[in-house]
Write a protein that binds this ligand. Structure first.
Ligand SMILES: [Zn+2]
Ligand SMILES: [Zn+2]
Length: 447
C-alpha cells in the first residue's frame, strides 16, 4: 500500500499538487531571486541594440527550455527582408483553458552608461548607420527579462493553480517600434493561437520599488513619424525680394502647427507635434532651395490622429501657397509607414480586475493608478487595431523611495528612462515584476 502511494505522491509533487499547495508567487520570487539577479547583471553588462538581440535571445531561449516550454527561436519577419529577427516564443501547456500572452522586450539603446555600477555596460557596437556607439540597457528591458524568466519559472511551479496555454513572447526591437509587428507578420497568432488576453510590463523611472502602477484606457500614444520638405527658390541672402525663402516659410509652418492642438482640437484629446530635426542651408548669405524637417506626432484616438496628420499637410501647403510658392513647389509631406506605433489601450475591465488582484497580493498602498503618457510602446500591437484582444501593459517601480524623496526635496528630476544615469534597484524591482505578472496570469487562468 505504502509502496503504491509513492508514485502518486511524487507525481503530485512534480505537478505542483498538494505538497506545494503553499507555493505562492511571492515565495517563488524570493527563492528564484539570487539566480535571476545573476541573469540580470549578465544581461545588463551585455546589452544589444534593437534588431541585434542575438546573445540575449539565446539566453532567454535556454532559460525557457529549462522551464519546460516548447521554444521557437528566430521568430519574426521584418518589413526589411535583410533584417534577422531574434524573437523567442515559448509555449507552456497545462490542459484545456484560455490562452494568455505574456511579453518581455529584449533590446537596449545607443547610450553610454554613466551609472558607475560595478556591472555597468562597457559595450560598443556598430549601429545600423555604421557608427560605433555605446550600448546600455537604459530603458530597463533587462529588468523585464529577469522578471519574465522569473514569471516563467513561477508558473511552471504553480501548474496546480492554473489551466490553459501560456504563450511567452520575448520580443526584439521595441525601441524602434518594429519588433511586435515583425512577430505578428510572421504569424504569431496563426502558429501559437490568438490569445484571450495579452499582458506586458515596463519598469517606471519615477515609481518606487515594490509598487505597481497602471492606467485604465489609453496609457501610451500613437506615434507617427512625418518627414516634410519645404521648397522655395534659393538665391543671394542680400536680395530676398528675388527669391522665395524656405527658411522663413518653415518657421511660419512650425508655429502654425502648434495651433493644431490648441485651436483645432478638443483640448481633452491630446496632440503633440514636435519638430525634432530641421536642416536647411549651407552658408550665412545663401538662401537655400529647401528645408527638411522630421516630426514626431503623438495622439491617442484614431480620429484625432487622422485629423492631426491631415492638418499638418494642409497647414504646410496653405502657408506655402500664401507665400506665393507655385503648386509644383508645394511642400512634400510624407507620413512614414515604417516608423509608426499604435496607442496602447489598457482594457478597462481587465485593468480593474488586475488592480483587485494586485491589491490583494501586494497590499492596497502598493498599487497606484498612474497618469498616461505621450510616450510610445509597441506592446499595443498585440491587442490588434480594434482592441479585440484585451490587453494590459502595467508598470513596476524601479526607484528607491528614499531617492525619490531626496530628489523631490532638492527640486531635481530623477534620471528618466533612456538616461545614461538610470539605474533601477534590481532586487525589489524584479521581485514585483514577477509577482505582478504571475498573479495576473493566475487570475486569468485559474482552475
Ligand atoms: Zn525605451
Ligand atoms: Zn522600454
Amino acid at each position: 500500500m505504502k509502496i503504491r502511494l509513492l508514485p502518486v505522491l511524487l507525481s503530485s509533487i512534480l505537478s505542483g499538487g498538494f505538497a506545494f499547495a503553499q507555493q505562492t508567487p511571492q515565495r517563488i520570487a524570493d527563492a528564484e531571486l539570487p539566480s535571476l539577479l545573476t541573469i540580470y547583471r549578465d544581461v545588463h553588462s551585455h546589452p544589444e541594440l534593437s534588431g541585434h538581440e542575438e546573445r540575449t535571445a539565446a539566453l532567454v531561449a535556454k532559460e525557457l527550455k529549462a522551464a519546460d516550454c516548447e521554444v521557437t527561436e528566430h521568430f519574426g519577419t521584418y518589413d526589411d527582408p535583410k533584417l534577422k529577427a531574434y524573437g523567442v516564443i515559448a509555449v507552456m501547456k497545462n490542459g484545456d483553458g484560455p490562452t494568455v500572452l505574456v511579453r518581455t522586450d529584449m533590446d537596449a539603446l545607443p547610450v553610454e552608461e554613466e551609472t558607475g555600477l560595478p556591472y555597468a555596460s562597457k559595450v560598443v557596437a556598430k549601429s545600423d548607420e555604421g557608427k560605433d556607439v555605446h550600448v546600455m540597457h537604459a530603458c530597463g528591458h533587462d529588468t523585464h527579462i529577469a522578471a519574465f524568466i522569473g514569471t516563467v519559472r513561477a508558473l511552471a511551479k504553480l501548474k496546480g493553480q492554473w489551466r490553459g496555454t501560456i504563450v511567452f513572447v520575448a520580443q526584439p526591437a521595441e525601441e524602434i517600434g518594429t519588433g511586435a509587428r515583425a512577430l505578428l507578420k510572421d504569424g504569431l497568432y496563426d502558429r501559437f493561437g490568438k490569445p484571450n488576453a495579452a499582458l506586458g510590463f515596463h519598469d517606471k523611472a519615477d515609481l518606487q520599488t515594490g509598487h505597481i502602477g497602471v492606467t485604465e484606457g489609453y496609457t501610451s500614444a500613437n506615434v507617427d513619424s512625418v518627414d516634410v520638405t519645404v521648397r522655395g527658390v534659393g538665391g543671394h541672402g542680400a536680395y530676398p525680394h528675388k527669391i522665395k525663402d524656405p527658411i522663413v516659410l518653415a518657421a511660419e509652418i512650425i508655429n502654425a502647427w502648434q495651433t493644431i492642438a490648441s485651436r483645432e482640437n478638443n483640448p481633452l484629446d491630446p496632440i503633440v507635434v514636435t519638430v525634432g530635426s530641421i536642416h536647411g542651408g549651407t552658408k550665412r548669405n545663401i538662401i537655400p532651395d529647401e528645408v527638411k524637417m522630421q516630426l514626431t506626432v503623438r495622439t491617442y484616438k484614431k480620429e484625432v490622429r487622422d485629423k492631426a496628420l491631415a492638418a499638418i499637410d494642409r497647414i504646410a501647403r496653405e502657408i506655402a501657397a500664401a507665400a506665393g510658392i507655385p503648386p509644383e513647389r508645394a511642400p512634400i509631406v510624407t507620413v512614414r509607414k515604417d516608423e509608426v506605433c499604435p496607442a496602447m489601450y489598457n482594457d478597462p475591465e481587465l485593468t480593474k480586475r488586475l488592480v483587485g488582484v494586485w491589491k490583494k497580493t501586494l497590499g492596497d498602498d502598493n498599487v497606484e493608478i498612474v497618469d498616461p503618457t505621450m510616450g510610445g510602446e509597441d506592446f499595443s500591437e498585440y491587442g490588434l487595431p480594434d482592441h479585440s484582444i484585451p490587453a494590459v501593459n502595467f508598470h513596476f517601480g524601479a526607484v528607491d523611495p528614499a531617492k525619490i524623496d531626496e530628489y523631490k526635496k532638492e527640486g531635481k528630476e530623477l534620471p528618466s528612462l533612456h538616461s545614461s544615469k538610470f539605474a533601477p534597484v534590481p532586487e525589489p524591482t524584479i521581485r514585483v515584476g514577477i509577482i505582478g505578472m504571475t498573479s495576473a496570469v493566475l487570475e486569468l487562468m485559474k482552475k
